[in-house]
Write a protein that binds this ligand. Structure first.
Ligand code: ATP
Length: 127
C-alpha cells in the first residue's frame, strides 16, 4: 500500500487501453509469469508471494495506483508503478484479443502534480 493511497479503500476498474504508462519498466519475467497465473487462477500463482497473500488476494492482483487527471474536460489515467502487474494484464489482453479491466486505486491529481513526474513532457501526455 502506498503513502498516497493509504487512506483510499475504493478499487476501480479502468480499461487497460486507457492507462498511460510514460516510464519504460525494468522487468523480472518470472514474476510476470506468476502474475499471469494469478489472473488465470492457476496454482503457480503463489510463487512470488506467500500462499497466505495469494489466498487473501482471491486470485486477483492487488490494485495499482493510478493518477487520474482532468484536462480540457477529459479524464486521463497515468501509472508510474505496477510495471509487472501491467505486463501481466498486457499478456492477458494479447492472448484474449480483448481490452482488460485493471483493478486500480485512483488518485485524483492536477496537471502540476503530474508535472512533478513527467517534467517538460507534460503537454505530450494529453495527445
Ligand atoms: N503471482 C502473484 N500473484 C498475486 N499477487 C502477486 C504476485 N506476485 C506479486 N504479487 C503482489 O503484487 C504486488 C505488486 O508486486 P510488485 O511490487 O513485485 O510488482 P509491480 O506490479 O511491478 O509493482 P511496483 O511497480 O509497485 O513494484 C505486491 O503486493 C505483491 O505481493
Amino acid at each position: 500500500m502506498s503513502i498516497q493511497t493509504g487512506g483510499l479503500n475504493k478499487i476501480s476498474l479502468v480499461s487497460l487501453s486507457q492507462i498511460r504508462r510514460p516510464i519504460a519498466p525494468v522487468l523480472d519475467h518470472q514474476k510476470i509469469d506468476a502474475m499471469v497465473s494469478t489472473l488465470k487462477g492457476l496454482p503457480e500463482a503463489s510463487k512470488t508471494c506467500t500462499k497466505e497473500e495469494a489466498a487473501a488476494m482471491d486470485a486477483q492482483l492487488p490494485p495499482i495506483d493510478v493518477l487520474c487527471v482532468r484536462n480540457e474536460g477529459k479524464t486521463y489515467y497515468f501509472a508510474f508503478g505496477g510495471c509487472h502487474r501491467f505486463q501481466a494484464y498486457d499478456r492477458i489482453a494479447r492472448e484474449t484479443g480483448d481490452d482488460v479491466q485493471v483493478r486500480c486505486k485512483l488518485i485524483p491529481a492536477t496537471r502540476s502534480q503530474l508535472h512533478l513526474y513527467v517534467g517538460s513532457s507534460l503537454d505530450d501526455m494529453f495527445d
